[in-house]
Write a protein that binds this ligand. Structure first.
Ligand SMILES: NC(=O)c1ccc[n+]([C@@H]2O[C@H](COP(=O)([O-])OP(=O)(O)OC[C@H]3O[C@@H](n4cnc5c(N)ncnc54)[C@H](OP(=O)(O)O)[C@@H]3O)[C@@H](O)[C@H]2O)c1
Length: 302
């Protein structure tokens, strides 16, 4: 039985991925700051700040999938919060690498989450970016660059390394979609700013399959843009939900209100990037290529 360790396996993506891997016959272990409660998985502890990992977690693993990361939308980005966002992704990757090397452990592959936030983002349109494009210089771009650089430590010692530059994950359990759907109870759907910012997205089902492909297909290496083929703006996204739910009004929330409320964090809402995956069609087969198909599925109208 092949063994996989998932950091942050208790989160939105990790939970869905753990269940699918277990169904496929993998032995799944989860590295967490807390204690887990699903008897299908082995739980182990780590403490990134204190450079601690329970060694039983990393011994005899075939693969590591690194998903841990302080949620970007959890709180306003104070200096401390930015440090948490950074350390939970970058210092954690470095810690995993140091422990693997220090204990002379072998891995078939190291697969890490990254984000489309690595690219420059714009409030209105902007050029198209793919895996070969240069990174941006905003806070999130810099975090992603260092996160991927830390992952490349594994590549540099001959371990196949894949970096999944993830778009906005669409799932009913996702906090952002949940909040949007809560607003429909008051008859409204929010558009952020002018709504012209691109909205790179992916259905959770397709993202989980990309992780599994990345794990099983030895030809996959390096960065992958995990975004659906259909490119949409924030306004098109909200209009699709409106069409499917058939009732709410669209309300444009001005950019200044977001900036006032959320400070620098508002950038992840008010700006976006037009992103293409060069690997679409080659390795990745989408079940939900359009936002309409994704939302029909998620909003249970299919
Ligand atoms: N969801 C998206 O739309 C999206 C988009 C782009 C990129 N990504 C990336 O994909 C990965 C998985 O996303 P997700 O949506 O599943 O995330 P999530 O639901 O927020 O869960 C991430 C997990 O990371 C661990 N974690 C949280 N804060 C931490 C901290 N300060 N230090 C160490 N561990 C911490 C938690 O596990 P424990 O509590 O068990 O330790 C948590 O369950 C993340 O790295 C995220 O940045 C997600």
């Amino acid at each position: 039985m092949k063994k996989v360790l998932i950091t942050g396996g208790t989160g939105l993506v990790g939970n869905a991925l753990s269940i699918k891997l277990k169904e496929k016959g993998y032995e799944v272990s989860i590295l967490s700051r807390g204690t887990g409660n699903n008897s299908d998985f082995n739980y182990y502890k780590w403490d990134i700040g204190n450079k601690y990992i329970d060694l039983k977690a990393i011994e005899n693993q075939d693969y590591i999938i690194h998903l841990a990361g302080e949620n970007l939308g959890a709180k306003r980005w104070s200096k401390l919060q930015k440090q948490k966002i950074y350390n939970s992704r970058v210092k954690s990757s470095e810690l995993l690498f140091d422990k693997i090397v220090a204990n002379n452990l072998k891995l078939k592959a190291f697969i890490t989450a990254s984000a489309v936030g690595i690219y420059p983002s714009f409030s209105d349109g902007g050029a198209e970016f793919n895996e070969s494009s240069d990174a941006g210089n905003a806070f999130v771009s810099n975090v992603c660059k260092d996160w991927e650089k830390a992952a490349d430590n594994f590549k540099n010692v001959g371990i196949r390394t894949v970096k999944i530059r993830t778009g906005l994950v669409q799932d009913v359990k996702d906090p952002a979609l949940k909040k949007t759907l809560q607003l429909t109870k008051f008859g409204i759907l929010p558009v952020f700013g002018k709504g012209k910012q691109y909205y790179p997205w992916i259905h959770i089902h397709d993202l989980v399959n990309i992780y599994i492909d990345a794990l099983e297909n030895e030809n996959i290496e390096g960065p992958i843009n995990a975004v659906a083929p259909e490119v949409i703006t924030n306004l098109q996204y909200i209009k699709t939900i409106k069409m499917i739910l058939k009732k709410p009004f669209i309300v444009k929330i001005p950019a200044f209100a977001f900036k006032l409320l959320f400070g620098e964090m508002s950038e992840i809402i008010l700006k976006g990037t037009k992103i293409k995956s060069e690997l679409n069609g080659e390795f990745i087969k989408f079940k939900y290529p359009t936002i309409e198909s994704a939302m029909n599925n998620l909003l249970d109208k299919s």
